[in-house]
Design a protein around this ligand. Structure first.
Ligand SMILES: [Zn+2]
Length: 328
């Protein structure tokens, strides 16, 4: 079965992403949280009032994959499946893409750039209606998909190095490296900017990620060949479990080779999440948010999200029991 790709929360045999520690979700939560601070004065009050919701629900799309078959392809695009120059031939508009490849094929290889555009439509409508529940729901969710688009390994079929004998690299890049060095990242990225063509911008993000796949894989390959093999891994105690992880020495060497790539991508994600939110608000006619800023999420919405979370937990534990950790 196809692995499921997750930004900052991919759990493998070689991993640090332990759900009991909550670390695995660090990246998504941080990106949504910090994106609130990129917003202009007309928006920031509303987002700050609801920053806990925006932060906590940054990870909902990853939890939802257990309860929704439609969810997994929304997080990635296997660009290289479509040939050597996929971005020249892949239709940027969903209808054209379906006509060329069929919906089944598109879903089989990921749909993230198309899905971001769809979510933008919903978010813009939510702003027009000044609907607090929907503004928050779509803001939190689109933040997740935009963040995923910034991960190079979400843009390739070889997403976990399984084709190049580098299994584990997905979690290494997106969990282990930021776990070790994320506290030193600079999360201040400046003011969100208006995006004149949302569709094309969503595509440019995943295209840039695809262009970085080679570095992510080849640097680790090169390092693996020169690094003493007995020093590549270490063991860490997490609760009553022992995890095999990439050693700090190996992680440091890889991070140095990447020359700040993970930090750059986190920063770009924060900036883009804020910019998409801002653009949806502008396109909705810049509605007044101050007067709805103190409004709470409705009980109905809370209940439905709690129910979704409960279902996901049950299905996740069944899946873990059935297949063992690391198989999705
Ligand atoms: Zn994801």
């Amino acid at each position: 079965m196809k692995y499921y790709k997750l930004f900052f929360c991919f759990i493998l045999l070689i991993t640090t992403a332990n759900s009991s520690k909550g670390w695995g979700f660090w990246g998504h939560k941080k990106i949504n949280h910090m994106a609130c601070f990129t917003l202009p004065p007309e928006m920031i009050g509303f987002y700050k009032s609801h920053i806990d919701f925006i932060t906590e629900h940054a990870v909902d799309p990853d939890n939802r994959r257990y309860s929704s078959k439609a969810e997994p392809p929304r997080h990635y695009l296997d660009a290289d499946h479509y040939g050597e120059h996929p971005f020249d031939s892949l239709p940027k508009y969903w209808k054209d893409a379906v006509a060329k490849y069929t919906e089944d094929t598109l879903n089989a290889y990921g749909i993230v750039p198309w899905y971001i555009t769809k979510m933008m439509f919903s978010l813009t409508e939510a702003f027009k209606a000044r609907d607090v529940d929907k503004i928050l729901y779509y803001s939190a969710n689109i933040g997740h998909y935009i963040a995923d688009s910034h991960v190079p390994l979400h843009a390739t079929e070889n997403y976990n190095g399984q084709k190049t004998n580098q299994v584990g690299i997905h979690a290494f890049w997106e969990s282990r490296i930021p776990e070790l060095y994320g506290d030193d990242y600079d999360f201040i990225v400046g003011r969100a900017q208006f995006i004149s063509n949302v569709q094309m911008h969503a595509w440019s993000i995943i295209e840039e990620s695809a262009s970085e796949v080679d570095s992510v894989l080849s640097f680790e390959k090169k390092l693996g060949k020169t690094f003493p093999s007995d020093k590549k891994f270490s063991f860490e105690q997490v609760g009553n479990k022992t995890d095999k992880v990439y050693s700090e020495e190996y992680s440091k060497a890889y991070s140095d080779m990447l020359d700040g790539m993970v930090e750059r991508k986190v920063r770009a994600a924060i900036f883009n999440v804020g910019s998409f939110w801002y653009t949806a608000w502008v396109n909705a006619g810049s509605p007044d948010l101050d007067s709805i800023g103190k409004k709470e999420v409705t009980e109905e919405m809370k209940k439905s999200l709690e129910e979704e979370q409960k279902q996901s937990k049950i299905l996740k534990s069944r899946e873990d029991e059935g297949k063992g950790e690391g198989q999705k």
